[in-house]
Design a protein around this ligand. Structure first.
Ligand code: GLY
Length: 428
């Protein structure tokens, strides 16, 4: 079987790792593989070059293409592949609007009765500012389009919110993505990431995870692409997950199918667990990063079978999906300066990292060249520890992250702190 993976970050490395476990005999092709994606055939095509990628997949007869990042999905990679009869895991351009247009996602949720924060959408800056002044803070200002995870600003004052609107609508801080803004009520609670593999109608939910977006210990400092994650999350009890399936995923899938945009791919619900129940903060149309680096290592049954079933539109409801007991926790090792500017090309020494079944190293911003392994991005590696409980998974992950050596390397030492505090509270 020939499998093409589009994308080369930590998420795609975790996808490669899992799919290779599911089918070791498969031949893997990866767009511009990072330094850790060994044993694959490199494809020197950018993920957003849809013409070249679909031509490559057709000429090399790929049996499956798995798309990691949102940008090619929002551009319509899945439509282009399907038109050529190429099996692809990922939603159509119309369905990817669930992530690429916050305004579309909010309107869909409203019409489907999916719980989410109250909101209004604006294309006129003055109207947006008048609204902010009327409703006051705290409030959330979001660029409607794709903004690499940075387009949502939680504002504690009206002045901050006005600045956020100005940076999006006047200064085009997020380019076209900020032409339309969504202004949302602030929601209080803990966040939860839930992945669902969907075939257009049905969905299989994977274990819930929680990520840490802020750069600093205790969830402080600027937002990043994600500094770590863990799974499962104990507050996401079975009864809550039933609500998430019935109140969030199923009505969303129904509404999208009715809207001629059936969702086939990975639907990621970013939820807020509010006192009134789970509410959607945002939907994404692809696997999350770094949650994938903990969710997939927990999965014992085949991911490949599920992806193929979703691609073929086969029933999902009776499939047996097994996850290991215990927990997984990943710690991201980043380049000094991230999420601001940072140097590249620093030599990485992994000699002290003891990889095993319970310690996995997923590469993100790494490159392999004549001088060995070097850094090539802000988030360099994700070190995932697994164990019978979260404490042991955390210990393994933190020890592994501390053993990674390159100039300027840093990581958070408190990933999973909320859950660990809960566990300690229960033990008292
Ligand atoms: N973990 C956040 C994201 O993937 O968007």
């Amino acid at each position: 079987m020939r499998i093409l993976i589009v994308g080369n970050g930590g998420r795609e490395h975790a996808l490669l790792w899992k799919l290779r476990r599911d089918l070791p005999s498969a031949e893997f092709h990866v767009t511009r593989p990072n330094g850790g994606m060994t044993g694959v055939r490199p494809v020197e095509i950018a993920p957003t070059d849809l013409e070249a990628l679909s031509g490559f997949a057709a000429s090399r007869r790929m049996d499956l293409t798995v798309v990691g990042p949102e940008a090619p999905l929002a551009m319509g990679i899945a439509d282009r592949f399907r038109k050529k009869g190429l099996p692809v895991f990922g939603p159509s351009k119309a369905a990817a609007r669930i992530e690429s247009s916050k305004a579309y996602a909010k309107a869909l949720m409203e019409s489907a009765g999916v719980p989410t924060a109250g909101y209004r959408t604006f294309t006129d800056r003055e109207e947006a500012v008048d609204h902010l002044r009327e409703v006051g803070a705290p409030i959330v200002v979001k660029a409607s389009g794709l903004a690499a995870g940075k387009g949502a600003v939680v504002c504690t004052t009206v002045e901050e919110a006005e600045q956020a609107v100005a940076s999006m609508m006047d200064d085009f801080a997020f380019g076209e993505a900020g032409r339309e803004v969504v202004i949302e009520d602030f929601m209080e609670g803990e966040e939860l990431s839930v992945f669902g593999i969907a075939n257009g109608e049905e969905v299989v939910l994977l274990p819930p995870a929680q990520d840490h977006k802020r750069v600093g210990e205790g969830d402080t400092g600027p937002n990043t692409g994600g500094m770590g994650a863990y799974a499962p999350v104990s507050i996401a009890e079975p009864a809550l997950m039933t609500r998430v399936r019935e109140e969030v995923f199923l009505p969303t899938l129904r509404a999208m199918a009715e809207d001629d945009a059936p969702f086939r791919g990975l639907l990621y619900a970013g939820l807020m667990l509010t006192p009134e129940g789970p509410k959607v903060v945002e939907f994404n149309c692809r696997f999350g990063d770094p949650e994938t680096q903990v969710v997939l290592p927990m999965m014992e049954s085949s991911l490949l079978d599920l992806l193929m079933a979703a691609v073929d539109g086969d029933p999902l409801s009776h499939r047996e999906v097994r996850f290991r007991d215990g927990a997984a926790l990943t710690t991201v090792v980043a380049s000094g300066g991230y999420p601001g500017s940072y140097p590249k090309g620093k030599t990485i020494d992994l000699g002290r990292v003891q990889e095993s079944d319970d310690l996995l190293v997923f590469h993100a911003g790494t490159a392999r060249g004549d001088t060995g392994l070097t850094t090539s991005g802000g988030r360099v590696l994700a070190v995932t520890g697994l164990g019978p409980d979260l404490e042991s998974a955390a210990r393994r992950s933190r020890e592994g992250a501390a053993a990674v050596e390159f100039e300027g390397a840093f990581h958070r030492t408190d990933i999973g702190w909320r859950e660990l505090a809960r566990i300690q509270g229960e033990q008292r």
